[in-house]
Design a protein around this ligand. Structure first.
Ligand code: ADP
Length: 230
């Protein structure tokens, strides 16, 4: 059984727009999958189906064999702990330090202060940001903010890391450092699903590539490059 299964998933937004059209695919535990395609192709919507931020209008999404539309609203926050998320705009809390931004997730999870201290410094070391743990987001670069955001996303050891255009606001060197960190997270066993329209990022990875166009999957290559046609 695969970790994630989408079966004939369609998504029609309230305004009638069909963002996903009969999508079927499966993702295994431990895979690194890139979702590519032009803006508006449906990549973010597909990700949202997986981490239960939106629900299909038709079809079924299974996580660990369980139909996620049957998860009760009350336990959805608990279900979402299976995921860590990073986005193009970092989403750090501006009035909190680097340390506090990462610690916040663990506080929500009810850990002790000593555990939080150790675990936050440990993950900040991994992403190379421990020496800036007292800085505020506006005092560090975009690339550094994204590394903090990544630390925050994985500190609770999610099974799946969802990265939606994580390099979209970054220069090529910072983008490369984020890609390397995504690979490192994946090497620890975390499934990584990356949505991007950055060709250079995908071509460096040489991992599975799913190409989307107008809400459909049009290619699915085990060791793909970002090829639009053919
Ligand atoms: P991508 O991530 O590939 O850029 P999205 O999944 O964000 O694509 O969007 C796919 C299409 O769905 C776009 O045309 C977008 O405008 C539309 N869309 C996304 N979210 C909504 C929404 N909440 N309501 C209506 N349309 C939406």
């Amino acid at each position: 059984m695969k970790l994630i299964n989408l079966e004939n998933v369609s998504k029609e937004y309230i305004d009638g727009f069909i963002a996903l059209n009969d999508v079927t695919c499966a993702i295994d535990q431990g895979e690194f999958v890139s979702l590519v395609g032009s803006s508006g192709a449906g990549k973010s919507t597909l990700l949202k189906m997986i981490y239960a931020d939106e629900f299909p209008s038709d079809g079924t999404v299974y996580f660990g064999g369980r139909d996620i539309s049957e998860i009760k609203r009350k336990v959805l926050p608990h279900f979402r702990r299976n995921f860590g998320t990073v986005f193009q705009d970092f989403k750090l809390l501006q009035q909190k330090t680097v340390f506090e931004n990462v610690a916040y997730t663990l506080e929500v999870h009810g850990k002790s202060d000593a555990q939080i201290y150790d675990e936050v410094h440990n993950i900040l070391k991994i992403v190379g940001m421990d020496d800036k743990s007292d800085k505020y987001p506006h005092q560090i670069s975009g690339g550094e903010q994204q590394r903090v955001s990544l630390a925050r996303a994985v500190i609770h050891r999610p099974r799946v890391l969802i990265a939606d255009e994580p390099t979209g606001n970054l220069d090529p060197i910072s983008a490369l450092s984020i890609v390397k960190l995504l690979l490192k997270v994946n090497s620890f066993g975390t499934t990584v699903i990356l949505a991007t329209h950055d060709k250079s990022v995908v071509d460096k990875l040489s991992r599975r590539v799913i190409l989307m166009d107008k809400g459909r999957i049009v290619r699915d290559d085990a060791h793909g490059k970002y090829i639009i046609s053919g």
